[in-house]
Design a protein around this ligand. Structure first.
Ligand code: A3P
Length: 315
């Protein structure tokens, strides 16, 4: 019997050079033709680059630090555009119509369509698969992209895949898939490059996970300026406290505990440690302790080759 892990790898297609599950066929046109508004705010990223962290920062800044409203789940406040067609959780729900799952999972594009404006939308689509009106420049919503060192992304993605996507291979297997551009939303460098090339556009802000770790208050101020908001020092401090790893780890609106419990109850999780969590480690440079010299070398060579076309980008 085919394992979920193999299924994850075999039921994938390429859409304009991007690896996506075949279920995405059902959503491709909806995403392409999604009506965009100039007052939308998008957070885009390659998975595991600090998306949730960035979403929470952006949402709170844009909503004048409404910590009370921020108690509702992030997916309900900041929906994930192509969720239904790309993520195992949603794919599992699609296979079993009897499952009780919120509409932001099963009908994610519709959920975003009907969201009251100004909308906050998350997407892991590379630039070349974002809705047409964004690609052509017909609409200019604000776009905040967050990128992270690919070695740490790979480690984070490996744990995520075991926890939420039924992956049961080894870390070595996962590194092979990552470097081979076989994972969902790959190629990684196509993703980063597509946004890096446009980072100087007025409606684009390019952030790094590593900068958020090093100096979160500066990133908060830069993001506030980009969103046209002013925060005083005590507000920046309060926001940074809310956004700390320790605080986010125990925040049920952000830490996906309900989803994880659900996935475990379906036996979809292939996580043996039981300690794995969505907000898991949060450090920069995890690869130093986790990756073999051989993989570090391969990743570094691969990155050096690709960074040549992302002038000025450094992790
Ligand atoms: P790790 O698995 O390395 O810990 P995404 O939201 O794109 O899926 O990214 C998840 C990664 O961001 C996880 O990385 C998670 O721990 C990390 N993360 C989330 N909130 C964080 C925070 N407040 N501080 C540091 N890292 C955070």
């Amino acid at each position: 019997k085919e394992t979920l892990s193999e299924k994850m790898r075999t039921n994938y297609l390429e859409f304009d050079g991007v690896v996506l599950p075949e279920e995405y066929k059902l959503y491709a046109d909806q995403v392409e033709n999604f009506e965009v508004y100039d007052d939308d705010v998008y957070v885009c990223s390659f998975q595991k680059s600090g998306t949730t962290w960035t979403q929470e920062m952006v949402w709170l800044i844009a909503n004048d630090l409404d910590f009370e409203k921020a108690k509702s789940p992030i997916n309900a406040r900041f929906p994930f555009l192509e969720f239904s067609g790309t993520i195992m959780t949603a794919r599992a729900a699609m296979r079993d119509p009897n499952m009780e799952v919120p509409s932001w999972v099963t009908k994610s594009v519709d959920f975003c369509k009907t969201f009251p404006r100004p909308r906050f939308i998350k997407s892991h689509q590379p630039f070349n698969l974002l809705p047409r009106q964004i690609r052509t420049g017909e609409k200019k919503p604000k776009i905040i992209y967050v990128a992270r060192n690919p070695k740490d992304v790979c480690i984070s993605f490996y744990h995520h895949s075991k926890l939420l996507e039924g992956f049961c291979g080894t870390f070595d297997d996962f590194c092979k898939l990552f470097l081979g551009d076989k994972l969902v939303y790959a190629p990684y460098w196509n993703h980063v490059r597509g946004f890096w090339e446009r980072k100087d556009q007025d409606n684009m802000l390019f952030l790094l996970f590593e900068d958020m770790k090093k100096d979160l208050p500066s990133v908060v101020r830069k993001t506030a300026q980009f969103l046209g908001k002013t925060l005083d020092d005590s507000q920046v401090q309060a926001l940074c406290k809310h956004l700390s790893f320790e605080s986010m780890k125990v925040n049920p609106a952000l830490n996906r505990v309900t989803t994880i419990a659900w996935i475990r109850s379906l036996n979809l999780s292939k996580d043996d440690s039981e300690e794995n969590e969505f907000i898991r480690n949060g450090n920069v440079g995890q690869w130093k302790a986790t990756m073999s010299e051989e993989w570090i070398k391969k990743f570094d060579e691969w990155s050096a080759k690709n960074l040549a076309s992302c002038k000025g980008l450094k992790f």
